[in-house]
Design a protein. Structure first.
Length: 322
């Protein structure tokens, strides 16, 4: 048997969504220590998984690897389509566990395109591999336009920056009770619409933000500047997505972000991916106050929801054999 354990990720946004620039996409995000995925695979003659939401991932892994089957048991996982990157983490965790259960090693980056993962953003694959804060290279625009190239004809974008974040930093995570974030065909249609009309000037602003503020903040371990910079990155990305998600942020994320950002212990807040999860940046010693600010934000928005805190995960997925 083989057990794989990994964490969630936050996606802060993209560097460019405009066809007028040389490179498209270029994800920015971070690995989280919590919430986690933990699953175990054993050889089998068919696909067996009691978790109906994970069974298709097992089938995809078995097909990609060319093995007879696998019995996968899910010990722990987090919710789908909430802004945590569950799809990529489940796909890669299942792949690696099933491969090892059959006595093989599978490179997550190599197999990701066959599983339909890492097509736009390389953050999920990079955080699975090594964790940390990630900026990826994106794709050449002439090859990866508003319509993605044929499956298997592209590779996952490589990280151009991958750095550990201080272990004392924390992210307060607010997931309101709301519909799931976009995925599958609806996400594909929305992304195509966004790319086809994206303002290239926003990408120019993001480029300056990245090089003059965000990356220096990561290098200097400046939490206040880091939080402010990723909040700004989220707002700039939201201007691209406004027509597709009902505003700069997907409601009720805007209310939560504004209220959370007012807290003196939160150094920037934003929406992860399509939401509904909202994050705020804080310090370990301030998590109690940050959680209270998050609960107050939910109450002010008239929403129920889940409040969690998590540190950065500065390592990749782990694999254990029994």
């Amino acid at each position: 048997m083989a057990t794989v354990e990994t964490g969630a990720r936050l996606h802060f946004g993209f560097q460019n969504l405009a066809l007028a620039h040389d490179r498209l996409y270029g994800g920015v995000g971070v690995a989280l220590a919590e919430p986690r995925i933990s699953l175990t695979a054993a050889p089998a003659s068919s696909v067996i998984c009691e978790d109906a939401a994970v069974e298709p991932f097992v089938a995809d892994a078995v097909s990609a690897l060319g093995v007879d089957g696998a019995h996968v048991t899910v010990e722990e996982r987090f919710e789908r389509h909430a802004g945590f990157g569950s799809g990529t983490q489940l796909a890669l965790s299942t792949l690696v566990a099933v491969a090892r259960a059959h006595g093989e090693y599978a490179d997550a980056r190599t197999y990701a395109p066959r599983l339909g993962r890492g097509g736009r953003s390389g953050v999920g694959v990079a955080t699975f591999e090594q964790g940390g804060f990630v900026v990826d290279a994106g794709h050449p625009t002439e090859r990866f336009t508003s319509r993605p190239p044929a499956e298997g004809s592209w590779t996952v974008p490589e990280p151009i920056v991958q750095r550990d974040l201080p272990s004392s930093w924390r992210f307060v995570l607010v997931t309101p009770e709301a519909g799931a974030g976009k995925s599958g065909k609806p996400e594909e249609q929305s992304m195509r619409a966004v790319v086809e009309r994206a303002d290239p000037g926003i990408a120019d602003d993001i480029s300056q933000l990245l090089t003059r503020r965000l990356l220096p903040a990561v290098a200097e371990r400046d939490i206040a500047e880091f939080g402010s910079a990723i909040a700004r990155l989220g707002r700039l990305n939201g201007a691209w997505y406004a027509d597709e998600q009902g505003g700069v942020y997907r409601p009720p994320a805007g209310q939560l972000i504004d209220r959370l950002g007012d807290s003196p212990v939160v150094h920037g807040a934003g929406q992860s991916s399509w939401g509904p999860t909202v994050y705020g940046v804080t310090r370990e010693q301030d998590t109690g106050e940050a959680r209270e600010a998050a609960r107050e934000a939910l109450a002010a928005a008239g929403r129920e929801g889940t409040v969690r805190t998590a540190g950065p995960r500065n390592r990749g997925a782990t694999l254990e054999e029994d």
